[in-house]
Ligand binder design. Structure first.
Ligand code: SF4
Ligand code: SF4
Length: 242
């Protein structure tokens, strides 16, 4: 299946700002035909982590919100909690992180809602009949929304090369237990010959699943590991692989 892709020029010599032009892509992609009057519209994004810039800037989200409202919808910004420990593993930390990164109501002019609730248990089974899963548990605010707009920053990914809109929705809106299932096949192994016990992967692992063992080699605790693949990218000596 192919998709139609629209681009907005980044040159700023035209009278319309970059934000306006990016927002205009929604119109070209058919927003008015997707959103009906009074629809609750989930705007799926990634709120970033504290201290990083790996997210779409809130001013673009404000423009998306404005256009969804213009189309008659009631937008809210949403994402689901992360599996790894950190600043987005529950709704309280997640919302604090979002506001810290500039996604407060005063900027984006829409409420924020964590799709799978306070601790990741507010989710419903969605039948997908896919290759790997017959159903997936998705955050309920996303499932019960009338429409969705997906705003994605493209990122590199240790396991699949890069992540874009499909990952943003397919994995990003899974509740914490769904994310655990999606990652379950990824099992990192350490090559004892290549490991220098530098400890970089130990610091990098988001769930503390790696220690330097008695043989002076990194050791993975597979009960704690959730298969994110981060350690593969972290090792400067290529000592970790699946
Ligand atoms: S894949 Fe690596 S970084 Fe991710 S949880 Fe497992 S040990 Fe930690
Ligand atoms: S980052 Fe690589 S070399 Fe360093 S401890 Fe981990 S596996 Fe060993």
């Amino acid at each position: 299946m192919s998709a139609t892709v629209y681009f907005a020029p980044m040159r700023s010599k035209m009278k319309r700002s970059m934000v306006e032009r990016a927002g205009g892509l929604l119109g070209r992609a058919g927003l008015s035909g997707t959103v009906a009057e009074g629809d609750l519209v989930a705007v799926k994004l990634h709120f970033g982590e504290q201290g990083n810039t790996g997210f779409v800037h809130p001013v673009y989200l404000r423009e998306v919100v404005r256009r969804v409202r213009e189309a008659g919808g009631k937008p809210f910004l949403t994402d689901a909690n992360t599996l790894y420990r950190g600043e987005r593993a529950n709704a309280v930390d997640h919302l604090s992180c979002a506001i810290h990164n500039g996604f407060g109501y005063a900027t984006v002019e829409a409420p924020l809602m964590i799709a799978d609730g306070l601790d990741g248990r507010d989710a419903v089974d969605v039948q997908v009949q896919g290759k790997h899963f017959e159903s997936v548990r998705i955050g309920s605010a996303a499932v019960f929304a009338d429409a969705m707009v997906v705003v994605t920053h493209v990122k590199g990914h240790e396991a699949v090369g890069f992540g874009g809109a499909l990952k943003n929705v397919g994995m990003g809106l899974g509740c914490r237990s769904a994310k655990q299932r999606m990652h379950a096949d990824f099992r990192p192994g350490v090559s004892a010959g290549a490991c220098t016990a530098c400890g970089r992967c130990v610091k990098w692992c988001p769930v503390g699943a790696i220690v330097i063992g008695s043989g002076n080699v990194a050791v993975v605790d597979y009960d704690a590991c959730y298969g994110c693949g981060e350690c593969v990218a972290s090792c400067p000596y290529g000592a970790i692989a699946t």
